[in-house]
Design a protein around this ligand. Structure first.
Ligand code: NAD
Ligand code: IPM
Ligand code: MN
Length: 360
């Protein structure tokens, strides 16, 4: 029997709850795939600060070096908000350490959940291609400088052209492969980096004449995503704008708990980091009611990308989508189900789908 390896970083808050749910589903579908999963665990974020005094400890790095794929829950929480080292720094360090410059964040209003979108009669299905290792998140210099009677604080928005080009090219390629339109989001009316972003996008557009390209300023894009979500199929944007717009997409589809993501280095079949878009949700942590859909979809993306098992990816995606129609749903979706109950529903669904396939 083939074996796939997985490194699990459950993290903080609801991280362990949704990760455990997604792993139970993975174990169930791996039977159908005819392979087994060898899991290793490591600490990241707040948990790692408590154990090692470091949100991204050497032990975790060593395990990443050997991993085929990494599944992450979430990091952060109020108990570390004023700590000298923040849990979030561990996640950022890991993305950079693994060289994961592309973050794909698909969103859609699931059939059966239309009423949960704040918009009536909205349809939305798209993917945000977020640049993940540049921009304001990593630029130097950064920090505080004490002045007489004042404080100066600096964050630096830095990009190389090559860093823009690789993510924009990936988004064009995806749009071209799937016959979708592309919206590039920037702030070229103000920022120099955005002006270069726009130049690079226009240059690449020559190589992808089949892709309908629109440029939008980020402020207008935020408004238009709310008013006309169906216009947005593939969105490509820099790190911070992508962070913000992907949470907006979570609101648009009814819950942030519905979004999974892939952080990758561009080439399918290679190692990636897969995590829900949401955070550690301290307000519901420990209650057993977190929606595990984002984590489950992240596992689906992992299986498809890092393990090249597209059929099992589809199986997970279908089982999740059908369970969202069937219910019972978690409280973020208006239901009363626990994480556990919803997870069992998805596992049962996956079994039924496999049966259905065998018969037909
Ligand atoms: P959050 O995403 O944790 O929560 C925002 C809201 O969405 C909360 O009301 C929460 O209950 C709800 N929510 C999120 N995921 C849910 C799910 N799966 N099921 C049901 N409801 C869900 O954002 P926040 O409150 O701004 O941040 C909390 C902490 O998480 C912070 O420390 C932040 O830095 C961190 N964070 C981590 C990640 C990550 O690890 N990738 C991502 C975002 C935020
Ligand atoms: C996300 C999160 C992270 C980000 C934080 C926790 C560092 O919000 O994955 O969307 O801003 O990238
Ligand atoms: Mn975010």
């Amino acid at each position: 029997m083939a074996t796939h390896q997985l490194l699990v970083l459950a993290g903080d808050g609801i991280g362990p709850e949704v990760t455990q749910a997604a792993l139970r589903l993975l174990d169930a579908v791996s039977e159908f795939g005819g392979w087994s999963v060898e899991k290793e665990e490591a600490d990241i974020g707040g948990r790692a600060i408590d154990r090692f005094g470091d949100p991204f400890p050497a032990e975790t790095r060593a395990k990443i070096d050997k991993a085929e794929a990494v599944l992450l829950g979430a990091v952060g929480g109020p108990s570390w908000d004023n700590a000298p080292k923040r849990p979030e720094a561990g996640l950022l360090a890991m993305r950079q350490y693994m060289g994961l410059w592309a973050n794909l964040r698909p969103f859609r209003i699931f059939p059966g959940l239309e009423h949960l979108s704040p918009l009536s009669n909205a349809t939305a299905q798209g993917v945000v291609f977020r640049e993940l290792t540049g921009g304001l998140y990593f630029g130097e210099p950064r920090g505080r400088r004490f002045l007489p009677g004042d404080l100066e604080v600096v964050d630096t928005l830095r990009y190389r052209r090559s860093e823009m080009e690789r993510i924009i090219r990936l988004a064009f390629q995806y749009a071209s492969d799937h016959h979708l339109s592309l919206t590039s989001v920037d702030k070229a009316n103000v920022l120099e980096s955005s002006r270069v972003w726009r130049e690079v996008t226009n240059e690449l557009a020559q190589k992808f004449p089949d892709v309908a390209l629109t440029h939008r300023y980020v402020d207008a894009a935020a408004m238009d995503l709310v008013l006309n979500p169906a216009r947005y199929q593939v969105i490509v944007t820099e790190n911070l704008f992508g962070d913000i717009l992907s949470d907006l997409a979570g609101g648009l589809v009814g819950s942030l708990g519905l979004l999974g993501s892939s952080s990758v280095a561009g080439t399918p079949g290679t190692r990636g980091l897969f995590e829900p878009v949401h955070g550690s949700a301290p307000d519901i942590a420990g209650k057993g009611i977190a929606n595990p859909t984002g984590a489950m979809l992240s596992v689906a993306y992992l299986v498809g990308w890092s393990w090249s098992e597209p059929e099992i990816q589809r199986l997970i995606e279908e089982a999740v989508a059908e369970s969202l129609v069937e219910g019972p749903l978690t409280p973020d979706l208006g239901g009363t189900a626990s994480t556990e109950e919803f997870t069992q529903t998805v596992i049962n669904r996956a079994r039924k789908i496999v049966q259905r396939r065998k018969i037909s």
